[in-house]
Design a protein around this ligand. Structure first.
Ligand SMILES: Nc1ncnc2c1ncn2[C@@H]1O[C@H](COP(=O)(O)OP(=O)(O)OP(=O)(O)O)[C@@H](O)[C@H]1O
Length: 504
């Protein structure tokens, strides 16, 4: 995967004066010098301006001293440039990059009525760069269809008052989250399209859903940021090599100051939110241009979504739209400053290809195996979740069902313990019985020995009695012994009798 560090391509497009502006006879504050240079606020005599063939005088005495600022960009389009001209210069090379596996973004910037939507979407007889880009993309897809398999999904979102909405389906606000691939819109389902005509229908649908309100500066002012994204998955038929790329086209809301649209109430809040997100965008642009490490993308949902396009792995084009009229002097100056800052940003671009020095077939096999494993695990998880759900339902729906069962088990355990206790007591009784029997057996054996001795030689047997006191009672012990062969043999301990002391 090779990484390449490039600057953002910045173009400035100057629109023609509109009828409303001409009525007020303003001064022309933009002079296009060549394909990449313009002069902001030129001298009056350098700036001959005709309307309906009549040279106009400049009555705009409220504006400041001429700045005569020469500014250079990658491309400058004057008021005669068409959407097709902008597309040919800025977008056609980008389509080629997309097909080569690079993520690409274009965003249009400028004050209300400066021509952003005209550039991006255009009209039926003058289609904008979105349609022209997609037409070329489908043409290239068609020409490569023998070699590659393509899957195309699109999404069309708007960020309005910091809420992210899907323009293609009516749903509530969507949440943003971040994963390894960057910022992801939770719950967003991509729409599959197969040709540019289907795209036009979806764009028309999305634009009908887009938040628009008239402002002083534009009768059909877009009050939200619109983000159109094309996700393309390409698979090389021969090698199985995969690339996934994203082309983002962003029509930002007007960058004018809230005061210039004379908004009150909700419109003022809109203006404030637009300014807040564009201010966050401006901060990010400034920090990126200065090469700082920490970029405050998280300051607004707009910058979170544009994170990829501004600082990430992306080839980016910014088209700054301006009016030539001195009526929007400050807004135009701010837009040009914004664009100059953006020109300094560098992005690191790399092809989104699976890198490898092992055979591609091996990788394809591995990916397929992993996909199967994921499917298997997913099925297992689903199965376990289903089991869990059923069990939870049983408990929730019929808690009484388990009570008798529980009682049965408790009484079973109790009776087991009782049997165990009984068996233990019986065991103890048997053991003491065994001891008694053993003692009896011993006594019997001794008695037999005595009997044998008596039988052998009764004359040698002697008997002696002892009386012992045990507390209050006395006991007599008879001892039989033999002194045969001058040896003393104790042959038996005699019977034990309770006795009284009388006569002893
Ligand atoms: N290059 C151009 N050539 C001819 N007409 C243009 C050009 N640019 C803009 N216009 C016209 O100017 C008007 C305002 O343009 P547009 O709606 O594109 O402005 P915008 O920047 O998108 O404004 P907003 O931010 O309020 O949506 C439209 O009627 C549009 O057709």
């Amino acid at each position: 995967m090779t990484a390449d560090s490039r600057k953002i391509r910045v173009a400035v497009r100057v629109r023609p004066f509109n009828e409303k502006e001409l009525e007020k006879n303003p001064r022309n504050i933009i002079k296009v010098l060549d394909k990449s240079t313009l002069m902001f606020d030129p001298d009056e005599d350098e700036d001959e301006f005709f309307f309906h063939g009549v040279k106009q005088t400049h009555r705009d005495i409220t504006k400041r001293v001429k700045k005569k600022l020469t500014m250079e960009y990658d491309d400058v389009f004057d008021n005669t440039a068409t959407n097709n001209d902008v597309y040919e210069v800025c977008m056609k090379p980008l389509v080629q990059s997309v097909m080569n596996g690079y993520n690409c973004s274009v965003f249009v910037y400028g004050a209300t009525g400066a021509g952003k939507t005209h550039t991006m979407l255009g009209s039926m007889d003058c289609p904008g760069i979105t349609f022209l880009t997609m037409k070329e993309l489908f043409r290239q897809i068609e020409s490569l269809s023998d070699l590659r398999k393509f899957d195309i999904g699109i999404s069309y979102l708007e960020v309005y008052n910091e809420l992210v909405m899907n323009l293609l389906t009516k749903s509530g606000p969507l949440k943003l989250r971040e994963d390894a691939n960057g910022v992801v819109v939770s719950g967003l389902v991509l729409k599959q399209i197969h040709n540019a005509t289907e795209l036009l229908e979806l764009l028309a649908l999305g634009n009908r859903n887009r938040t628009q309100h008239p402002t002083d500066a534009n009768a059909e002012s877009s009050r939200s940021h619109a983000i159109f994204q094309v996700h393309i998955r390409m698979v090389e038929k021969k090698t199985g090599q995969k690339r996934t790329v994203k082309l983002s086209m962003i029509d930002l809301a007007g960058s004018e100051r809230a005061a210039s649209t004379k908004g009150i109430g909700i419109r003022f809040k809109e203006g404030a939110n637009i300014n807040k997100s564009l201010l966050a965008l401006g901060n990010c642009i400034n920090k990126l241009a200065d090469g700082l490490k920490h970029i405050p993308y998280r300051d607004s949902n707009l910058t979170r979504i544009l994170k990829d396009s501004l600082g990430g792995n992306c080839q980016t084009v910014m088209i700054a739209n301006i009016s030539p009229s001195s009526l929007t002097y400050d807004d135009t100056y701010n837009t040009l400053k914004y664009a100059s800052r953006a020109k300094k940003i560098r992005t690191t671009v790399r092809q989104n290809i699976v890198p490898s020095n092992v055979p591609k077939e091996f990788l394809v096999k591995k990916v397929n195996e992993q996909a199967e494993e994921i499917e298997r695990l997913k099925a297992k998880v689903a199965d376990l979740e289903e089991q869990l759900r059923k069990k939870a339902q049983t408990v929730v729906e019929s808690p009484m069902l388990n009570e008798p069962l529980l009682n049965t088990w408790i009484s079973r355990i109790d009776s087991c313990y009782a049997s165990m206790r009984e068996a233990l007591e019986r065991l103890i009784a048997l053991k003491s019985k065994e001891k008694l029997i053993n003692m009896r057996v011993k006594l019997k054996e001794q008695a037999e020995v005595i009997a044998r001795i008596v039988t052998l030689d009764g004359s040698h047997l002697n008997e002696v009695s002892f009386i012992f006191q045990h507390g209050q009672s006395y006991q007599r012990y008879n001892l039989l012994y033999s002194t045969r062969n001058d040896h003393l043999y104790t042959v038996a301990l005699g019977t034990l009798n309770n006795c009284d002391t009388g006569g002893v």
